[in-house]
Design a protein around this ligand. Structure first.
Ligand code: BGC
Length: 365
């Protein structure tokens, strides 16, 4: 009975829709309905805290938007919060139907999201959750698992080096990036019990403002001085910070002896692993992240609601945000080839002359 009524109603709707479409040449206009022709604006955070934003995210977002045949505008705020807001305003004025942001901090991210919302623009937190924000979706990786893989990786490398009661230093990510908090929760879950049981010794710990790689080198140099040169392992939150630590370890002829962690499977990070200077990295398949975010942005533009089947608690806004959380993967020397096989980086980029032998040894053909 009910089904019958619904079917008739659906036919009625289709008929009306058909008639409207016939009389409406102005394709793309939205005659008051919720379906709009998608145009997606993306604001990336910077191009220095990690190579990924320009080399992976931009590329894979473009790939997803092109495959879906939608209009898009991808810009990079270059770590400038004022520029971030200006770009958002321009995108809203230019008529984007969805705005995807990687915030520089939650305060400015929230201002942008709230403004977009007030203008009827759909919003997505891409990679970083804006605390207290209003994004309709959050698309990222399971960032506590990222941190857990780093903690486990460091522990594995310390064991392989036969380290006894190693002193472990922390180079955390930006204090204004919620992901940095989640990464730390993850690696603390592995390492804190070892500090508590005195198996490991907690060394110096610092957060690196805005994930600034140059500042990270200065900070790590100070950590090493403070610890009288006795640091046996470095939990670094990403490849850029890890490379900064490695540069100081090299100056002190300690590279290769002190394991360092990373994240992002950057070309530089993978080469540091091949050289034996970095213990591991965490690979996040950005192609999947970009595709998931693109699918949601397009659905929102069409007025569709997608069930992601999962939510993440925003502790500041006390809100359950519908989320897509993808699975990260730990990368060591022996599975660098998986990152290449996935098309994230090419063999040509990683296996330059200086790394040719190490690449062959690691089975990269
Ligand atoms: C991202 C990392 C990146 C870091 C610095 C984090 O929010 O999840 O992949 O390395 O920002 O840009």
């Amino acid at each position: 009975m009910r089904k019958g009524i619904l079917t008739i109603a659906a036919v009625g709707l289709l008929a009306t829709g058909g008639l409207t479409a016939c009389g409406d040449d102005d394709s793309g206009s939205d005659a008051g309905g919720s379906a709009k022709t998608p145009k997606i604006g993306v604001i990336l955070p910077d191009s220095k805290s990690s190579a990924r934003w320009e080399t992976a995210d931009r590329r894979f977002l473009e790939e997803a938007f092109k495959a879906a045949g939608v209009k898009y505008d991808i810009q990079n705020a270059q770590n400038d919060k004022t520029a971030f807001q200006t770009i958002a305003d321009q995108m809203i004025t230019s008529g984007v139907t969805a705005l995807m942001i990687v915030n520089l901090d939650s305060g400015t991210g929230k201002a942008v999201l709230d403004k977009a919302k007030s203008q009827g623009v759909a919003t997505i937190d891409y990679d970083r959750l804006t605390l207290g924000g209003s994004a309709q979706y959050y698309v990222s990786f399971d960032n506590e698992v990222v941190g857990k893989l780093q903690g486990e990786g460091l522990s594995k490398c310390l064991t392989e080096k036969g380290a006894k009661n190693p002193v472990v230093a922390y180079l955390n990510g930006s204090p204004t990036d919620n992901n940095a908090t989640l990464f730390k929760n993850g690696y603390d879950s592995v390492l804190k019990p070892k500090f508590d049981s005195k198996e490991y010794v907690k060394g110096p710990e610092d957060a690196v403002p805005a994930w600034d790689n140059a500042q990270a080198a200065t900070i790590f140099e100070q950590q090493l001085t403070k610890a009288n040169g006795k640091i046996d392992g470095v939990l670094s939150a990403n490849d850029g910070l890890g490379n900064a630590a490695i540069s100081i370890l090299k100056k002190n002829k300690l590279n290769g002896k002190v394991p360092v962690t990373g994240q992002d499977a950057s070309t530089e990070g993978l080469q540091n692993i091949l050289a034996g200077d970095q213990c591991m990295t965490v690979y996040k398949a950005v192609r999947e992240e970009a595709k998931a975010a693109s699918d949601l942005a397009i659905a929102l533009a069409k007025g569709e609601k997608k069930d992601t089947g999962q939510t993440v608690k925003d502790p500041e806004g006390n809100r359950d945000v519908p989320s897509v959380l993808l699975t990260p993967k730990a990368i060591y020397k022996d599975n660098i080839k998986d990152v290449i096989a996935d098309g994230y980086v090419t063999k040509e980029e990683v296996c330059t002359a200086a790394y040719a032998k190490a690449c062959a040894d690691a089975g990269i053909s």
